[in-house]
Design a protein around this ligand. Structure first.
Ligand code: AMP
Length: 423
């Protein structure tokens, strides 16, 4: 008996236009990042588990609850990457990328987190990330934010994306704030939700992110990071805001925004939308000057962002923004049935001289059957090249989506003909 397998929980097949939309969003980021001089880096899907334990932090949900961990045949503990920043920093250290050069990098690819799946939240999802190493900022922080802004415009979704901004200040001011927060929350510990209670000793800043209403209420009356910033931190944040203002980039300051990771310093930001229900966050980033040292490198300034392609594609679809499908433009029906060098040359010529997608019918069959397939393929034209036509040095062009009469077009003029038609 044949077993039928279903896809594993949290994993997805993306078909036709859904797949095209994912590529479209990725390409928008990749093209823009390249235009800004960012270079591609390809990173492994599997890393040593410790890299994420150290680099993302044991106190985060991502590491403590959501990692896919396996032991390989040699007994090493490996994890499917839950994010890209730790790998990127590891790669920069391992490959001495900062010698005489300050890299600005981008990557794209799947990430894995064992989360409870729902619309916009999957166990396998795709991120585009950008990281800039060796820059004190805030010029590069501004540039990273600008890249996102440019892409939202390009994708036609800018009006549904908001930018939230905060600063965590220098390590010293952050430490003072952390202590104040612990001092404030400890006497009220019995009123905190269980997760926040746990975080009180491991990652107290993350409590500011809690979705629990009671915790939120307690936190809202507590200390505020802006009261703990030293002058250097204030200056950095003011400078960042004036650079964003100068570029006309809109943002809202949110002093509860922390992004949970211990190594963040100064800038933190998030891009959000209210068009996707519970999944508000499209991406985020910030400055993480402490991470290189945590991973055994020299102290290095660093800033970056990661965006979730799946969610951006959903938003793009919700906005009814169109995306060009991968369907062929021209479907070539072949009444001759066998391989024909003349027809072959025609198709190669079209592919070489135009940007049109030219799909050849496969498997023979009567003309009527082939034309039915041409119609189903989604192509705009059927190109009919039978013996009769080829002997006259023409091919028949039939419009599949418009009520127009079929015409014969000279083979020599075919590329020009389609170029004129194709708007
Ligand atoms: P993070 O690395 O947690 O800051 O996530 C960056 C972005 O990745 C988020 O804003 C989301 O758009 C996306 N993302 C994170 N987790 C998931 C998930 N489980 N499913 C889909 N997208 C996700």
């Amino acid at each position: 008996m044949n077993e039928r397998y279903s896809v594993a929980r949290g994993m997805r097949d993306m078909l036709a236009v859904d797949a095209t939309r994912m590529s479209f969003v990725e390409q928008a980021f990749i093209t823009t990042l390249r235009q800004y001089g960012y270079e591609e880096i390809r990173l492994p899907l599997l890393e040593k588990t410790e890299l994420f334990q150290r680099g993302v932090g044991e106190a985060t949900d991502v590491v403590s609850k959501e990692m896919y961990i396996m032991e390989d045949r040699g007994g090493d503990s490996l994890a499917l990457r839950p994010e890209g920043t730790a790998s990127c920093v590891r790669a920069a250290i391992n490959n001495s990328m900062l010698r005489g050069n300050n890299p600005r990098l981008w990557y794209v690819g799947p990430m894995y987190r064992y989360e409870r799946p729902q619309k916009g939240r999957y166990r396998e999802f795709t991120q585009v990330g950008a990281e800039a190493f060796g820059y004190t900022g805030p010029d590069v922080d501004t540039e990273l934010i600008e890249v996102g802004t440019v892409v939202w415009e390009q994708l036609g979704i800018a009006e549904h994306v908001t930018l939230e901004l905060n600063t965590l200040g220098s390590p010293a001011s952050r430490m003072r704030f952390r202590e104040a927060l612990i001092d404030y929350l400890t006497p009220q510990r019995e009123f905190l939700d269980p997760d926040s209670l746990n975080r009180l000793s491991t990652n107290p800043l993350r409590i500011l992110d809690s979705k629990n209403e009671r915790t939120q209420q307690i936190v809202s009356q507590g200390p505020n990071i802006s009261d703990y910033l030293d002058s250097e931190s204030v200056e950095f944040f003011v400078d960042l805001q004036s650079q964003l203002d100068a570029r006309g980039i809109a943002y809202q300051c949110n002093d509860r925004l922390v992004r949970g990771l211990d190594y963040y310093t100064h800038t933190v930001f998030e891009w959000n939308t209210d068009k996707l229900g519970a999944q508000k966050q499209l991406g985020g980033g910030g400055r993480y000057d402490g991470l290189f040292e945590i991973l055994g490198g020299e102290p290095t300034h660093a800033a970056g962002f990661a965006v979730g392609v799946d969610r951006i594609a959903l938003l793009h679809e919700n906005c009814e923004a169109s995306v060009e499908s991968d369907a062929a433009d021209i479907y070539v029906v072949t009444p001759i049935g066998v391989f024909d060098t003349r027809l072959d040359a025609i198709m190669k010529g079209l592919r070489a001289r135009t940007t049109l997608r030219v799909k050849r019918h496969m498997g023979g069959g009567r003309l009527k059957v082939q034309l039915r397939q041409a119609d189903r393929s989604g192509a705009r034209w059927a190109l009919i090249a039978g013996d009769q036509e080829l002997q006259k040095n023409v091919v028949g062009v039939k419009w599949l989506r418009e009520a127009r009469d079929q015409v014969d077009v000279s083979i020599d003029a075919l590329a020009e003909f389609f170029e004129q038609q194709h708007d």
